[in-house]
Structures are given as C-alpha cells and as structure tokens.
Design a protein around this ligand. Structure first.
Ligand code: CA
Ligand code: CA
Ligand code: CA
Ligand code: CA
Length: 453
C-alpha cells in the first residue's frame, strides 16, 4: 500500500469528526480548494464512515498497545491488499462496541464484516497469524467495566469473522510455547473459586476444528491486581516461557517481587517454579522495579534477585543484583551480577571476582551531574575509592565528560556517560582491565510499555 493512501486514512480520520461537528465551516474556500482530490475509493470509505457517524456512532480508538488509531489498515486475509478496520461505539445498542471491516471492491470500499461486543471501550487490538495460514487473527481486548476486561480472538478468513475464544482476563501473551511454529495464547485471569490468586489458561490451536482450544490451566502465586509484568522470554536451553512478576507488600513494609514462570510440559502449561509443598512460587525477592530480561545477552531470560551491599550505618541501602535463569524443571542458576542505576538508566555487569568485595555510593553533585562511586570493602564498610561513573545531562556535558581523568563511556541524545578511575583501582587485588569495565557498562534502553495487553 503506497504511503499516500495511508496518509489519506489519517486525514480522513482527522477531518471527519471536525466536518460533522461543523468546525470545517471556519475554513476559508481557499483552504478547501487546497486539499488534493480525494481518490475515488476513499470517497466511498469516507461516505461509509460518515454514515456510521451520522447514525449515532462515535469513534472508539483502542486505548493501549501498538495499534491506537480509530481507523486502521491491515491486510487481514493475506491477499496483499489492506483492509480497513474502523473502531466505533454506538451507545444506544446492547453491544455498543463495533469493529467495521471494509475491503476494496473495484473503485470502492465496501463493508465486508462487522465484529461487535459489549463493554465501554476497546482496551487494545493486536493482529497475529496464530496458525500460520497467512490470514491474520484479531485479538481484541474489551473494557467491560472499570474492573473487568474481556479478551476475544477472531479468525477473519475470507473476511468472515469467527470467534475462536472469549474469556474475562487481566493479562495475556501470544507466544509459540511448544515450539511447533503456531502461536498459543496464555491468558491470566482471577481465580474466582479460592484464595484470591490467579490462573493462567493455555489455548492451543486445534487445526481439526480451526479453533483455539483451552488445553490446560496453571496456578499462579499472586492476585491479578498485584501483577506488574507479563513477558514472553526463554529458559536456559531456549525453550519459550512466560514470566509473570507480581509485587506485594512484605511483612516489613518492603515490597516483594513474586515471579511465576510458565512453560509447556507435555503439551500442558506448567508453572515450573511452583513448590509442590507450599503451592506457591519459590521465586520471591525484594522488589526493585526491575523486570526479568536477558541481562547478559545469551538469549535466555534472567530474573533479578537483589542482595544488599555493605553501607555505613545510617546510609541508604544499595543493592547488587543476582540474575537467575531456569531449566525446564525450574532449577535456577545465577548467570550474572549487576549494579543497576535506574535513575540514570544504566547498569554495570559486575566481574565475578568483585562479588563480595565492592560496594557503591551514589552522589548527585547537582541535577546535571550524577556520580556513582564503587569502593572496595573493608570488613563490612566501604574502603578505598575505585572508580566513578558519571551521568552528565547539563548543557556543558561534553566539557564535563572530558575533564581531566574522565573517559567517555557512551553518548546519548541528552546524556553523556563518563568514567574515572581512582588511584586505588589499579592496586586493588580484584581489578580487571579497564576495557572490561567499559564493555560491561550498559545504557538501559527505554522499551515499549509492557502494560499493553
Ligand atoms: Ca486483504
Ligand atoms: Ca491465521
Ligand atoms: Ca506453538
Ligand atoms: Ca540471558
């Protein structure tokens, strides 16, 4: 689809509500003449959208995720021509949420299908070819009420919508759990029968019935309200897994990260870290707002487990982070140690021989000069100064970074990172080559909002 066509869709979306509300009347005739001629097929689409709007529909754009416009283009049936999906709400109807699907026919757009549902708004929409047949399935999340969300998946083969599953839910992920090339659906919902915790339903594609079948259900260790992140990732041998992190207040008012890990075992969904004794996950750590991730770049996902670094009495606690990966049996092993500075968006992979022999202090000299200094440890206290990592954000950041004794680590649009070594570093028994330290420095990339599902 050429870019100008996409441009037209955006223009239509922007102008139609204005046109109907009369705002366009303030445009001068010259302004109107300046608009390029509308291609024929978009006149028919525009007419269809106008008709829906004048019949009492209003645009109801999805509120979260990667597909936000109220009018979206997607080649649903895989024939190389985009269809148009328009998201509306018609308040007077029992099933007020409507997705109109238009397809090109000759010079016109004609309505090919309608999907409707109950609820107050569209939360999100995602397009996934779950069975790999070239036709996109549509994953729709509906906000039913302030507390309840529902998830539905539609096949639109030949542009005829068939609902493949629907369920109330809190989070979901679409992922190839069993490695067969088809995508499965993992849906987290509240456990209504007991304990206030949550459950994960596993839907696999049944090619015989062309349906998504509920295959199995796994128990999780937290209530849906406490879930912070649900992410697809990988186990140690590369098996796909879903990591679910909840946050709850521990006994001493510190918050805890409670991690469940779902993987496919003999075609069933299993929570591989659930203890058979307690029925609860074994993976509980202090919560420091760090999601699981591939921290060492080996393809497997690690889960963080903070441990406190030595400090002087009265100082704020600071943390090193042990990162664990998992086998399919749920056995964990530490893969990396980091020091994370989330305020300044960086972390340092800690050389193994430093473990137990270093600590850290953060000194924010000014709002534009943040310094994180690493010390050796003497007894249980900070000892010799070893090195300092600077986060420089002021207008003079280049000058700051090139001050005597400082070396540039990394440059970003609005930040420069630099490092300086103290006299004690090279004499420290556990020092590693400076180039190793510098390669171990990692800026944290801002990522997509993970709450989209
Ligand atoms: Ca198409
Ligand atoms: Ca498909
Ligand atoms: Ca699969
Ligand atoms: Ca890894």
């Amino acid at each position: 689809m050429p870019l100008w066509r996409r441009g037209w869709i955006l223009l239509l979306t922007a102008l139609l509500p204005l046109a109907l509300s009369g705002c366009m009347l303030s445009a001068s005739p010259e302004d109107l003449y300046a608009l390029p001629q509308l291609p024929e097929e978009y006149k028919s689409l525009s007419a269809q959208l106008s008709e829906a709007l004048s019949a009492g529909a209003e645009y109801a754009a999805p509120q979260a995720g990667g597909n936000l416009p109220p009018v979206q283009m997607k080649d649903l049936d895989g024939d190389g021509v985009d269809e148009v999906l328009a998201f509306f709400r018609v308040n007077s109807e029992d099933r007020p949420l409507k997705i109109y699907i238009f397809r090109v026919q000759g010079d016109d757009y004609v309505q090919a299908a309608l999907i409707d549902g109950a609820g107050t708004s569209f939360h999100s929409v995602r397009y996934e070819d779950m069975d790999g047949d070239g036709a996109q399935e549509i994953v729709v999340s509906w906000r039913v009420s302030a507390e309840v969300q529902a998830l539905s998946v539609y096949s639109v083969k030949n542009l005829e919508p068939v609902q493949l599953m629907t369920s109330s839910y809190a989070r979901y992920e679409v992922v190839d759990m069993d490695g067969d090339g088809d995508l499965e659906l993992v849906v987290v919902r509240s456990d209504e029968t007991e304990s206030g915790l949550s459950l994960a339903d596993y839907y696999d594609w049944d090619s015989g019935k062309s349906m998504l079948q509920l295959q199995s259900t796994a128990r999780l260790s937290a209530s849906v309200a406490t879930i912070q992140w649900m992410q697809a990732g990988a186990l140690q041998e590369g098996e796909r897994a879903v990591f679910i992190t909840a946050r709850d207040a521990g006994a001493d008012e510190t918050s805890r990260a409670i991690t469940d890990i779902l993987a496919c075992r003999q075609s069933e969904l299993a929570n591989i870290v659930l203890s058979s004794d307690t029925g609860f996950t074994t993976q509980i750590a202090r919560f420091l707002n760090l999601p699981p991730g591939d921290v060492n770049g080996d393809g497997a996902t690690e889960v963080p487990r903070p441990a406190e670094l030595p400090t002087e009495p009265g100082e704020d606690p600071c943390w090193k982070i042990y990162w664990y990966c998992y086998t399919a049996d749920g056995a964990d092993s530490a893969q990396a140690i980091t020091y994370h500075n989330l305020t300044d968006s960086w972390y340092l992979l800690i050389p193994e021989q430093w473990d137990g022999r270093f600590t850290v202090r953060q000194t924010n000299v000014s709002s534009a000069v943040h310094a994180t200094t690493f010390y050796s440890v003497r007894g249980r206290s900070p000892g010799e100064e070893l090195l300092t990592i600077y986060t420089l954000t002021g207008a003079d950041r280049e000058t700051q970074a090139s001050k005597s004794g400082r070396a540039l680590l990394r440059r970003r649009t609005d930040t420069v990172y630099a490092i300086s070594y103290s006299a004690g570093y090279d004499e420290w028994s556990y020092a590693v080559d400076r180039s190793v330290v510098e390669e171990s420095f990692k800026p944290i990339e801002k990522r997509w909002s993970m709450g989209e599902n």
